[in-house]
Design a protein around this ligand. Structure first.
Ligand SMILES: NC(=O)c1ccc[n+]([C@@H]2O[C@H](COP(=O)([O-])OP(=O)(O)OC[C@H]3O[C@@H](n4cnc5c(N)ncnc54)[C@H](OP(=O)(O)O)[C@@H]3O)[C@@H](O)[C@H]2O)c1
Length: 294
């Protein structure tokens, strides 16, 4: 297959590109910067969809960049970087003479309302209670195609754990120094997925004709709390992990509304993902963390 990957230069895109190429597919990236093996968003807008059999969008401004203040301008960038790129791909697919077989979007589990008790699968309600859930609703709506010439899949991802990027890259140093611990109360759920499994689920979504609709991109055992996550990370590093990161510190760094992403969480189960036949390489947290810190 020839696969077009929007935002494919990033953390998830690098892992997905590697896996797709290993499976014999050709990959073209869509990026803000031109380069070999890439087209830009401007080229996609002006020239239309290049010949391809499937497309996926991973583009989006990093929400948890601690160097950016959570003000209106940054919120707009977070929103527009996702909506505009998704709209450009949706329009290009709609106008294509030869529409691709599959169109896959990665969004997030922020669609579901944080709770200490509720359990969410792909059919659970959500998407309408705060900035992030509304963002996911608009983002998924921007990907909707008229008609059904192209199979559509949305993967709502949890926190992606992998080497060389993502949330864990900010945690490793304090944890290695024995200064790690739970964030806030630690009671909040921490829905996670190993990057190899997210790439695997995306590849299945691109390749398999029977996969359609929303899939939760979380590990089957991702009903972990933040405190359990901290304990496991400490254990695989052989370091104590008892020093909590107090909520007011998190709120001071990230802003109160954005800090919700770290201080609250959702218990998410991948019911449809398992029913799709996907076999996880890292269903358990310990093994996932061991692979990452090895
Ligand atoms: N990582 C996670 O834990 C996680 C969890 C849930 C959902 N997701 C979602 O999964 C997708 C991929 O995540 P990731 O961790 O791979 O993301 P990432 O590495 O932070 O970014 C992916 C790509 O997005 C493009 N991008 C960044 N800012 C942009 C902007 N302002 N406008 C247009 N494009 C921009 C960049 O490509 P160029 O520089 O080449 O343009 C970048 O390589 C994102 O949409 C993210 O929201 C990630």
């Amino acid at each position: 297959m020839r696969v077009l990957v929007g935002g494919g230069t990033g953390f998830v895109g690098t892992a997905l590109t590697q896996l797709l190429k290993a499976r014999g597919h050709e990959v073209t990236l869509v990026s803000r910067k031109p380069g070999p093996g890439r087209i830009t968003w401007e080229e996609l807008t002006s020239s239309g969809l290049p010949p391809c059999d499937a497309a996926v969008n991973l583009a989006g401004e990093n929400i948890l960049n601690p160097l950016r203040r959570w003000n209106e301008a940054f919120q707009k960038e977070v929103l527009n970087s996702r909506l505009t790129t998704t709209q450009i791909l949706t329009q290009a697919i709609t106008k294509a003479q030869q529409p691709p077989q599959a169109w896959v979007l990665v969004t997030g589990v922020a669609y579901y309302q944080p709770s200490l008790t509720a359990e969410y699968d792909e059919d659970s309600p959500g998407g309408n209670f705060d900035f992030f859930s509304n963002l996911v609703t608009k983002w998924e709506a921007a990907a909707r195609l008229p008609g059904n010439a192209t199979r559509q899949v949305v993967v709502r991802s949890g926190v992606v754990l992998g080497r060389g990027g993502g949330a864990i890259s900010h945690m490793l140093l304090p944890f290695r120094l024995g200064l790690g611990g739970p964030i806030g109360s630690g009671q909040q759920f921490f829905p996670w997925i190993h990057i190899g499994d997210l790439a695997g689920i995306l590849t299945l979504a691109l390749e398999a004709n029977h996969v359609q609709g929303v899939l939760n991109g979380v590990a089957p055992a991702s009903t972990t709390t933040n405190a359990e996550f901290a304990q496991s990370l400490g254990a695989v590093l052989g370091r104590p992990a008892f020093i909590p990161l107090p909520s007011p510190v998190v709120q001071a760094v990230f802003g109160k509304d954005r800090a919700i992403m770290l201080l609250e969480g959702q218990k998410v189960v991948p019911r449809r993902t398992l029913a799709s036949g996907y076999k996880y390489s890292f269903p358990e947290l310990r093994a996932a963390l061991q692979e990452i810190v090895a």
